[in-house]
Design a protein around this ligand. Structure first.
Ligand code: HEC
Ligand code: HEC
Length: 224
């Protein structure tokens, strides 16, 4: 529950800052537009409601997530490297991705078909349910590689994904994510095949080589 409250509290502070994220003296334009603002408003509305209302939404989400558990795990912790954890992910980001699968801005043979069948209330409930779950950090594998990943992260990613890689609004949480999935996602942005499209990420990924992608994934998967 604490994670849930925290993940709901974060969007408000950013909304207050406006459309800029300020980091280390550099100002980066925060990605997103009206769509993100609309999802954010709905999430914030629920946060401001009575505990009973929040509980009810979480129940709706848990029920709707029954089928998703086959791949994403009961509480959004995947046991397969190519399937992302959804636990602890930002609710606005999750809603954006569900919408992207549904309208073709993101492509995956299985997910795209499945998501179309989901009702709007189920999408919201699921996003809140998964966001409320804790995600434990992965094991440290290659410590030297992780160290290189950390240095690169601090240079190229921290401005949007934040110091602890928890992201915000439509910026994905990366901390504790499956490393195989992180590698695949960064590679898909770089390939520009339309599998994953996002103006911020495609330009960032264009500058990364395979070794750097592996190092970033090794670092990020171990973060709490
Ligand atoms: C057969 C396995 C399978 C099932 C069942 C499944 N998913 Fe997925 N899901 C995946 C895979 C694989 C990906 C990664 C696709 C990619 O690489 O872009 C994914 C990606 C996602 C993402 C994007 C996460 C991110 O970090 O960007 C969301 C959100 C998601 N799934 C939600 C759901 C929901 C909600 C359900 C249930 C209605 C569900 N999935 C059921 C396999 C599955
Ligand atoms: C200008 C802001 C910005 C910067 C800089 C940035 N990102 Fe992102 N990142 C985003 C946004 C926005 C998304 C969600 C994009 C989408 O909808 O596909 C994202 C998504 C991702 C994802 C997909 C996560 C998932 O769950 O599927 C990965 C992986 C990622 N970023 C890694 C990185 C890494 C590593 C760096 C640094 C090398 C970086 N990003 C730099 C904004 C940024």
């Amino acid at each position: 529950m604490t994670t849930f409250i925290k993940s709901l509290a974060r969007p408000i502070s950013v909304a207050a800052i406006g459309v800029f994220l300020i980091s280390g003296g550099k100002v980066q334009a925060a990605p997103g537009g009206d769509e993100v603002v609309a999802y954010e408003r709905r999430v914030n509305e629920i946060q401001a409601s009575a505990p009973g209302v929040i509980q009810k939404k979480l129940q709706v989400g848990k029920k709707a997530a029954f089928f998703c558990a086959n791949c994403h795990g009961d509480v959004g912790l995947s046991k397969m490297g190519h399937v992302p954890n959804l636990a602890g992910q930002n609710p606005v980001y999750l809603m954006m991705q569900i919408q992207k699968f549904a309208d073709g801005r993101r492509k995956d043979d299985f997910m795209s078909g499945l998501i179309k069948a989901l009702k709007d209330e189920d999408r919201l409930g699921m996003a809140l349910f998964y966001a409320s779950q804790a995600v434990p950090p992965g094991e440290v594998g290659n410590a030297r590689q992780a160290q290189r990943g950390r240095a690169l992260y601090m240079r190229a990613c921290i401005g949007c994904h934040g110091a602890s890689a928890h992201g915000n609004r439509n910026v994905a949480r990366l901390a504790g994510q499956q490393s195989e999935y992180l590698v695949a996602s960064l590679t898909n942005y770089r390939k520009r095949t339309g599998q994953r499209t996002d103006p911020s990420m495609t330009s960032v990924a264009a500058n990364l080589n395979d070794e750097q992608i592996a190092a970033l994934a090794e670092y990020l998967t171990t973060l709490p």
